[in-house]
Design a protein around this ligand. Structure first.
Ligand code: AR6
Length: 203
C-alpha cells in the first residue's frame, strides 16, 4: 500500500467512526402492544389525525370520545396541521397527560409524489420532539396512516421503528423511558414484531 493509504488506515484505526449499526442499547424502552390507545396510562399518546384536527373516525374518533368535548375546543384553536407534522394538546378526560395529534400521509396520494415515507417519518419525528419538549417521559403511538389512509402495515412499521431508533440515537436516549407502538389490529402488531429486530436487535 502507498504511504497515503497507510496513513488513512492508521487514522481509521486511531479514530474509529462511531458505530451507526443498530444495537441493543435502547431495547428496554420499546414495547409493542395491541390495545385501545385511549386507556393507556402513559404520559402521551399519539393520535392519527387529519389536517383539520377537528376529529374523525378510527382512533381519532375514539380519542375525542374518550377525552370529551374540551379536546375539540382546544383543537379548534390550533388552525389545523400540515401532513407530516404534529401538534400537542392537553388530554382532558383521558388517563394520559398530553395528546400529540399527528397527520399521517394518505398513502396513494403521496406515493405518486414519492413523499409517503418522508411524511410518515416526519410524523414520528415531530411527535417525539413535541413529547420531549413537553417533558413527557413516555409516548404511545397509534399506527399512523395504516387505517383509512391506506399505508401498508409492514412499510409503516419500518418507517416508524427506524425513525424512533434514529431519534434515540441522536442524543435523546435519556429523554424517554418508554416508546410504545400501540396497535389495534393483529396484522399491524405482527408487522411490528417482524420489523423490530431490524432496528432493535436482541443481543
Ligand atoms: N386504539 C388504537 N388504535 C386504533 C384504535 C384505538 N382505539 N382505533 C383504530 N386504531 P385510522 P389513519 C388503529 O383509520 O389511517 C380518521 O378519520 C387502526 O386499526 O384511525 O391515519 C382521521 O380523522 C389503524 O391501525 O387513521 C383521519 O381523517 C390506526 O389506528 C383519518 O382517519 C390508524 O387508523 C386518518 O387515517
Amino acid at each position: 500500500p502507498t504511504l497515503a493509504v497507510l496513513y488513512k488506515l492508521n487514522r481509521l484505526h486511531a479514530h474509529p467512526s462511531p458505530s451507526t449499526a443498530p444495537n441493543s442499547a435502547h431495547n428496554a424502552k420499546i414495547a409493542i402492544i395491541r390495545n385501545d390507545i385511549t386507556v393507556l396510562e402513559v404520559d402521551s399518546i399519539v393520535n392519527a389525525a387529519n389536517e383539520s384536527l377537528l376529529g374523525g373516525g378510527g382512533v381519532d374518533g375514539a380519542i375525542h370520545r374518550a377525552a370529551g368535548p374540551d379536546l375539540l375546543a382546544e383543537c379548534e384553536t390550533l388552525d389545523g396541521c400540515d401532513t407530516g407534522d404534529a401538534k400537542i394538546t392537553d388530554a382532558y378526560k383521558l388517563p394520559c397527560k398530553k395528546v400529540v395529534h399527528a397527520v399521517g400521509p394518505i398513502y396513494f396520494r403521496e406515493k405518486r409524489k414519492g413523499m409517503h415515507e418522508t411524511l410518515l417519518r416526519g410524523c414520528y419525528r415531530r411527535s417525539l420532539e413535541l413529547a420531549v419538549q413537553n417533558k413527557m417521559r413516555s409516548i404511545a403511538f397509534s399506527a399512523l396512516s395504516t387505517g383509512v389512509y391506506g399505508y401498508p402495515s409492514g412499510e409503516a412499521a419500518d418507517a416508524a421503528i427506524s425513525e424512533v431508533r434514529n431519534f434515540l440515537d441522536e442524543g435523546h436516549g435519556d429523554d424517554l423511558d418508554r416508546v410504545v407502538f400501540c396497535n389495534f389490529l393483529e396484522k399491524d402488531e405482527k408487522a411490528y414484531h417482524e420489523t423490530l429486530p431490524k432496528y432493535f436487535p436482541t443481543p
